[in-house]
Design a protein around this ligand. Sequence first.
Ligand code: DC
Length: 219
Amino acid sequence: MVIAIDGPAGSGKSTVAHRIAEMLHITFLNSGSFYRAITLALLRAGSIDIRDSAPHFLQPQDAIVSFVQALQLEYRDAHLILNGEDVEELLHSDIIDACASPVSAIVPVRHIVNVHLRKIAQTMSIVCEGRDMTTVVFPDADYKFYLDASIDVQAERRFKQGVSNLSFEEIKARIQKRDALDRHKAEGSLKIAGDAVYIDTSDLTIEQVCEIIIHKIHV
Ligand code: DC
């Protein structure tokens, strides 16, 4: 079984997907963590210039793609393992937040990630979340949901995570920029699948969102 959830940053999809997976005793698959781990590897390799407001790549795309192709990416117990190292705790810094979107806009990188995601889904039931789970990666998912939230709520949720060094207004501006980028990618852009259940989570608790989703799922 595949339960696919998409939505912008701060829509609550990670927390909700994690809870739903626990409730149904199936695997939680966070597709964003693949893009984040790849971004970490590229940053460590010095392949991204982060001095300007818009990060840019210091190598041609072919070299970036070859580098990504050679990375060993595994997903164990909802932790991303990069070349044998559990990097889960390193994936939510402001720098990775800012650079993951341009990395995920590289189409061949998306194809590499998609192969990983589909391979995982072949062997187990999953609740996956991201931007293109319902549209590109698992268009035939058993259940599809699109979670949304107002920009203020998105920024507030990120702010309350306490992992950012930025002010509320800075976080809000960055989320707006990132979501705009995520909505205009050549492939895998964030959009609402025609057959997805749309949930505006702005005024809902995590429990209420989970309740709506569980109500729609028949297991
Ligand atoms: O969901 P997240 O914030 O952890 O995702 C990190 C980045 O990766 C974000 O800029 C969107 C991108 N992403 C994507 O393009 N496709 C996905 N399926 C998941 C994430």
